[in-house]
Design a protein around this ligand. Structure first.
Ligand code: ATP
Length: 356
């Protein structure tokens, strides 16, 4: 069942279009990540749903009803915004209860609901503290409890973890995901952090310059990016500018790059005379260039070069390979432990599959 529906929502400021014809739906109980670079219109989209910004065109439906004319507090949404801080003069309990009173929850029902919410976010026992007596992570948990307390139809989270340090952000991310699952919240979470978007969202919507450029599961967005912008925004990528060099069979195509390499790719043949080929660094395997070359598999690309740099980054090693023509290729070897397996100056062969 669709809980939230946006149709052709547009918002301009002066001559500038911040949100440009956004259409999206969120199903009951699903978490949708809205991801994109700064200024792409994520927050404006969220504020339109919440009712803080009115769109120039388009409609917003929550639970099937057009909410265009409703005030924010009439919309049955739970909000956790970056700048939507706790009330400093209220205790933890009072902060959590605030939205409920505002929405007309029966007074007798409030204390037990507050207790339930605080135990959900693991803050039982902190009822009488004030926000300035809590850590940043605890404050965000109170804000989450407040957002969920009214059992809203839609939960809107704007950069919910960005104010926290890296370690806490990771902990709270897992916790947040679990809590949203437990309550079955239909959620939109706005973030510019790709890892956060991919790990929290059942689906990810990538925005660019006010428009939705792709919607898909985290795997789809990573494996089959809609365009160069999405591919570069999610993960790392190596690019080759190329021209078609002929069709090998149904969807296996050969391309000749501007450096003169032949690269085979499984892709729909395009009629265009140019192509941009992308291979993820983690899909490139490196083998000793001195070893004899194996029999050639038509599905496999092999480029010979020399290791230029080896950078061990925790469990992964980033290897820069120099190909002929001073062309550089980044390969990432995952979980290689203490031995990166290659050294600078070593001749290597870089392998990657046509399907990658
Ligand atoms: P960030 O990740 O930096 O928060 P965002 O994707 O959430 O970015 P928005 O806050 O939605 O981006 O802003 C989209 C564009 O609209 C930006 O260029 C911003 O400057 C502009 N904008 C937003 N609100 C206003 C406003 N009230 N008046 C004028 N321009 C605005």
């Amino acid at each position: 069942m669709t809980v939230l529906e946006l149709r052709n929502v547009t918002k301009t400021y002066g001559g500038f279009t911040a949100v440009d014809g956004v259409t999206l739906e969120v199903e009951q109980g699903k978490i949708l990540s809205l991801l994109g670079p700064s200024g792409c219109g994520k927050t404006t989209t969220l504020r339109i749903i919440a009712g803080f910004v009115s769109p120039d065109a388009g409609s917003v439906r929550i639970g099937g009803d057009d909410v265009g004319k409703l005030k924010p507090y009439e919309r049955n949404v739970g909000l956790l915004f970056q700048d939507y801080a706790l009330f400093p003069h209220m205790t933890v309990s009072q902060n959590v209860a605030y939205g409920m009173r505002y929405r007309g929850t029966r007074a007798a029902a409030v204390p037990s609901r507050v207790e339930q919410m605080l135990s959900l976010v693991q803050l039982a026992g902190m009822e009488t503290r004030y926000p300035n007596q809590l850590s940043g992570g605890q404050q965000q948990r109170v804000a989450l409890a407040r957002a969920l307390a009214t059992d809203p139809k839609v939960v809107l989270l704007d950069e919910p973890l960005s104010a926290l340090d890296a370690k806490l952000r990771l902990e709270l991310r897992l916790e947040l995901k679990e809590i949203l699952r437990i309550v079955g919240a239909t959620t939109i979470v706005v973030t510019h952090d790709q890892e956060e978007a991919l790990s929290l969202g059942d689906e990810v919507v990538v925005m660019h310059a006010g428009r939705i450029v792709q919607r898909g599961t985290p795997t789809e967005i990573y494996r089959t990016p809609a365009d160069k912008f999405v591919a570069e925004f999610i993960g790392r990528s190596n690019w080759f500018q190329a021209v078609p060099g002929g069709e090998m069979n149904q969807s296996l195509n050969s391309y000749i790059t501007e450096e003169g390499f032949e690269i085979r790719a499984r892709a729909a043949q395009s009629n265009r005379s140019d192509a941009a080929l992308c291979v993820r660094p983690e899909h490139i395997e490196l083998f000793d260039g001195a070893a004899p070359e194996p029999t050639h598999d038509p599905e496999q690309n092999i480029l010979a070069g020399m290791v230029l740099d080896v950078a061990p980054l925790g469990p992964d090693v980033h290897v820069v390979v120099e190909l002929p023509g001073k062309r550089r290729l980044l390969a990432i070897r995952k979980n290689v432990g203490r031995n990166p397996g290659v050294v600078s100056g070593q001749p290597v062969r870089a392998y990657f599959q046509a399907s990658d």
